[in-house]
Design a protein around this ligand. Structure first.
Ligand code: PEP
Ligand code: MG
Length: 539
């Protein structure tokens, strides 16, 4: 048995598929035999076409025609004489090796597409890179795909980025294991939203496994058993069944209304990163959305979403929550969430760097487009805007001035919005908790971001599995900061929620209730457990 960190609950019994990050170097020395390079290129184009056709057919069959279309566009590039022709030309007239020719043409088309005005064309840059890398891997004899995943697959990787996690096919992947990571890394948070079992921080699990190996995952205790015995499989099948039954029983708390003795209501809300996550949150009876991490709307694309695209997304979330409160956080890029098109400089300490609201003040147009979209969506439900990583009152004032500017623009354009749209802040920097009484004067609500608050208070990197034992939500310093924040909010007559992972941690529920927290917001999969805990505690 291998011990790791339980990152997303549940049990899984399946077969391992290792995802390895492949790197290559491009040989820039002149080709010795150009004819040979041309033949190699031709073979690679044919092989790529065959692979893409198989993936396309498989995707259409297992996921849907729409999802399969992306592979049609990859195949179209292979048929485009300007694309493959440019590679042949580079081999013939510049004596490039085939790999170098593909790399050169890839970079040329990538920057050409990226510079186009049209968003659709900009996104084609990612397709160009994808299909070119496939050609290169085929030329170098490297594995091109993670293969067609079978049902009941457990993915094993050194680490998974949030975008790797978002792309996991839930119909096939039942769990993932990683060498590094902690419970509040964004890939773990996404696993909980997707309701995929996850154990992270396993050290060197990638070296211990091979493709096809049978594995048991215990996402409750954070344990993994490789090549289990028959009796171990039976034991875990029984645990998985009991777990499923418990989840079924919890459904009775779905529509329960919770309140403190004096009548003040307690909301148990959901955290989402996309419209897709709404299903889990609604199925589990969320009283609202306490955190929409909008940065995921901006990731995995060649350019930022337009104001109109964003408006449609925020409007959908507001409408689907049917009048329940929806807290939408403005862009929190930085830390472990990066976007290529902003060309962010590498930083020594990205979690202490140009992140979240700080980045939005640098890219004001990007921020304004989001605020305008949020204001426009505010007429479709109970939309609340939340600013991340606030450390000082001046930042709130600066953000509010930009919001007022956007309101004035919309008024002048005759576009409808809610003049009273509430604006709140995340309390996730210790300085904000300490000065919560001052900040409370400026805003309509607080939401405590414990994932960051804990790491900044205790100087413990939330991503580092070597020090995860020090990452303690119940540390008295953390609890004091939380209590101060809730008190300051109530003294100023505003509500205070919590949207960090601690809100869904059953060990913390009672202490948070004793402090009078108004709203608990968490991954959809934890909502019913917390509702049950609050119900039984206050009964
Ligand atoms: C937090 O810091 O607690 C939080 C909710 O934000 P994120 O996890 O996205 O940093
Ligand atoms: Mg945070």
């Amino acid at each position: 048995m291998i011990k790791g960190i339980a990152a997303s609950k549940g049990y899984a019994i399946g077969k391992i598929k290792v995802m390895r990050h492949i790197e290559w170097t491009v040989d820039l020395t002149p080709a010795v035999d150009c004819e040979k390079e041309l033949t190699e290129l031709k073979k690679s184009v044919e092989a790529s076409r065959e692979q893409l056709k198989a993936i396309r057919d498989n995707t259409a069959k297992n996921i849907g025609e729409h999802e399969a279309m992306v592979f049609d566009s990859h195949m179209m590039f292979l048929d485009d004489p300007e694309f493959v022709g440019a590679m042949e030309e580079a081999i013939k007239s510049e004596s490039k090796r085939a790999v170098a020719a593909v790399e050169q043409v890839k970079n040329f088309f990538k920057s050409m597409f990226e510079q186009m005005d049209n968003d659709y064309m900009k996104e084609r840059a990612a397709d160009i890179v994808d299909v070119s890398n496939r050609l290169i891997k085929n030329l170098l004899g490297l594995p091109t795909d993670n293969g067609n995943l079978e049902a009941n697959t457990i993915i094993v990787a050194h680490d998974l980025t949030p975008s790797d996690t978002a792309q996991l096919d839930k119909t096939k992947v039942i769990g993932f294991l990683t060498d590094i990571g902690g419970t509040t890394s964004h890939s773990a948070i996404m696993a909980r939203s997707l309701e995929i079992c996850a154990v992270v921080g396993l050290g060197d699990i990638t070296d211990k496994v091979t493709d096809g190996m049978v594995c048991i995952m215990d996402g409750v205790k954070g344990e993994v058993i490789l090549s289990p015995s028959h009796s171990q499989i039976e034991e875990y099948e029984a645990l998985a069944e009991a777990y499923r039954k418990k989840r079924e029983d919890l459904k009775k708390y779905k529509d329960i209304k919770l309140s403190y003795k004096e009548g003040r209501e307690i909301l148990v809300a959901g955290n989402i990163g996309s419209v897709k996550d709404l299903d889990t949150v609604i199925e589990n009876g969320a009283d609202g959305i306490g955190l929409f991490r909008t940065e995921f709307v901006f990731m995995d694309r060649a350019s930022a979403p337009t104001e109109d695209e964003q408006y449609e997304i925020y409007k959908t979330v507001a409408e689907r929550m049917s009048g329940k409160p929806v807290v939408i956080r403005t862009l929190d890029i930085g830390g472990d969430k990066q976007i290529d098109y902003l060309e962010m400089e590498p930083e020594m300490n990205p979690f202490l760097g140009l992140r979240a609201i700080r980045l939005c003040f640098k890219y004001v147009d990007l921020f304004k487009a989001q605020i305008r979209a949020l204001l426009r969506a505010s007429v479709h439900g109970d939309v609340n805007v939340m600013l991340p990583m606030i450390g000082a009152v001046e930042e709130i004032k600066q953000a509010k001035a930009i919001i007022e500017e956007c309101k004035a623009e919309l008024r002048a354009e005759g576009i409808d919005f809610n003049e009273e749209m509430p604006v709140g802040i995340m309390i996730e920097i210790p300085a904000a908790a300490v000065a919560a009484d001052i900040l409370a004067e400026e805003v309509d609500f607080f939401s405590i971001g414990t994932n960051d608050l804990i790491q900044y208070t205790l100087a413990v990197d939330r991503m580092n599995s070597n020090i995860s034992h020090l990452y303690n939500p119940m540390n008295p310093s953390v609890l004091r900061l939380i209590e101060m924040t809730i008190k300051a909010a109530h003294n100023a007559g505003i509500w205070c929620g919590m949207c960090g992972e601690m809100a869904g941690d059953l060990r913390a529920t009672e202490v948070l209730l004793s402090m009078g927290l108004d709203e608990f917001s968490m991954s959809g999969s934890s909502i019913l457990d917390v509702k049950e805990k609050i119900f039984t505690h206050l009964k």
